[in-house]
Ligand binder design. Structure first.
Ligand code: TPP
Length: 464
């Protein structure tokens, strides 16, 4: 007879390095549904052959540590934001499968907007919504799904619909939307239902694998600890109290009528045509960078910090580089602080956020003070020496001092200080000035200032 070896799914890591003292078990309490659900997902990842394409988004809640367990791509996000982060992943990585794993506090309270809109957009993701009728991680406060009359830490007299509202039925809500393909409510309080949950999870992942769209699996799950019940009593509570209110059924299944939809890729040329840029065909020389440019530009509002970043990003984009631009600014239109992150890279940009730039363009003293230390060793700091009366303190970075405000002012256009700074930066990289001129041409709103801007760029490029 063939020997049968039962072992942990390969969808899990061999060891969970969360705690030195215990690397073989999860942190879940006895009788908790999360562990069972994790097992079903891990097995499905392996059996469907999608483990190396799947990105699990862990929420805030008891399942916050899911990334310690699943041997696939993992991201842990802020409370309720899993569908938003998942949207980014599924759109940026065409081949990925996204699992948005969420509790009822996470999905149906703080994250209500995210889930409704991700579902309404029909994002290609599988949402695993673990409904245990309570906030588990924080010790048993009322959840939006807590039952009428349910005693919780925050409803000591029982949930009163007149003051706390009625328990919210998410599957019913999600299935009223047009985009979702498949919506089912299942449970994991006994063997029969665990097997149905197994099927539902696989079906939802298959929907995603086939490029059909959004699936939502609500799983009614016991939480003995926060419900203050013994594990077996909690299973009975789920059967007798939860399921009558949350019926187990398929709410929507349009799998057979949907057609696969994989994103259509636009080339840069397509995009330029749409936004009406025609000067890219002009020969401006090559844009060969020795290394990826991870740029932070910073100054006060009104100095053209953000538009400088946009221009650099525009130049990178037109040279077929992978480019991103991320602005960060205060609420005031003038006088606040502003900075932006610009990536110009030869491979896909993982995140637009640049914590360790290799280029800093500091337009005022506050910017140098704030960002000098985050530049990587060997990076370059461009200093507007008209407004910054100190030297860079570090000796492991390159420095370029430009009296940018003074130059712009002496040429009669103070507002072009930013152009002096970015022209100096591009010149430093030996980038053809025509690229910047083209960029200014297409982005400058006040066309009467174009000639002056070009004059300034020429001046920067001709000076030593
Ligand atoms: C922005 C924010 N607000 C509140 C919290 C506190 N908090 C942590 S987990 C949680 C609720 C978790 O409940 P649920 O989503 O139902 O997951 P469970 O722990 O029951 O699996 C809350 C309110 C937080 N971490 N962050």
């Amino acid at each position: 007879m063939e020997e049968m070896i039962l072992s942990k799914s390969k969808g899990f890591y061999d060891t969970y390095f969360r705690k030195d003292s215990n690397q073989f078990t999860t942190h879940y309490c006895p009788g908790c549904g999360h562990g069972k659900i994790h097992k079903l997902i891990a097995e499905a990842l392996v059996d469907l052959g999608i483990q190396d394409r799947t990105v699990m988004i862990s929420p805030v809640g008891c399942s916050v540590f899911a990334y310690y367990y699943f041997d696939c791509g993992n991201i842990q996000v802020a409370h309720g934001r899993a569908p938003a982060a998942g949207t980014g992943v599924t759109r940026a990585l065409d081949d990925s499968l996204v699992i948005s794993y969420q509790g009822d506090g996470d999905l149906a309270a703080i994250g209500t907007a995210e889930i409704i809109h991700a579902a309404n957009r029909g994002e290609k993701m599988t949402v695993i919504f673990v409904n245990n009728a309570i906030y588990g991680m924080t010790g048993g406060q009322m959840a939006p799904t807590s039952l009428e009359g349910q005693v919780t830490l925050t409803t000591p007299y029982g949930r009163n619909p007149l003051t706390e509202g009625y328990p919210i039925r998410m599957s019913e809500i999600i299935s009223t939307l047009t985009a979702p393909v498949y919506v089912e409510r299942v449970a994991v309080h006994n063997y029969k239902n665990i097997m149905k949950t197994r099927q539902a999870i696989r079906k939802a992942l298959q929907v995603q694998k086939d490029g059909l769209g959004f699936s939502f699996i609500e799983i009614i799950s016991p939480c003995p600890t926060s419900l203050r019940l013994a594990p077996t009593d909690c299973e009975s509570w789920v059967e007798e109290k939860m399921i009558p209110y949350y019926p187990l059924k398929v709410f929507k299944d349009e799998i057979s009528t949907r057609t696969p939809h994989f994103p259509e890729h636009k080339t840069f040329t397509d995009i330029y045509e749409v936004i009406g840029i025609d000067d890219i065909k002009e020969d401006t020389g090559s844009f060969n960078l020795k290394e990826d440019q991870k740029i932070r530009i910073s100054g006060f509002g009104g100095q053209g910090v953000l538009s400088s970043g946009l221009m650099l990003a525009g130049i990178g984009m037109k040279q077929n580089k992978f480019t991103s631009w991320l602005p960060s600014y205060g609420p005031e239109m003038r006088g606040g602080t502003a900075n932006c992150h610009v990536n110009i890279c030869s491979s896909k940009v993982g995140s637009p956020v640049i914590d360790s730039p290799n280029v800093l363009i500091a337009m005022n003293i506050a910017s140098l003070d704030e960002f000098e230390d985050i530049v990587v060793p060997g990076g370059t700091i461009f200093v507007n020496s008209s407004l910054i009366d100190r030297k860079v303190r570090r000796d492991d970075v390159n420095t370029v001092y430009i009296p940018a405000t003074q130059i712009a002012e002496s040429m009669g256009l103070l507002a072009a200080t930013n152009i002096v700074m970015i022209a100096s930066y591009l010149k430093h990289l030996s980038i053809n000035k025509q690229m910047l001129i083209n960029e200014v041409k297409s982005s400058l709103k006040k066309k009467n200032l174009l000639d002056k801007n070009i004059e300034i760029i020429n001046k920067v490029y001709s000076s030593n």
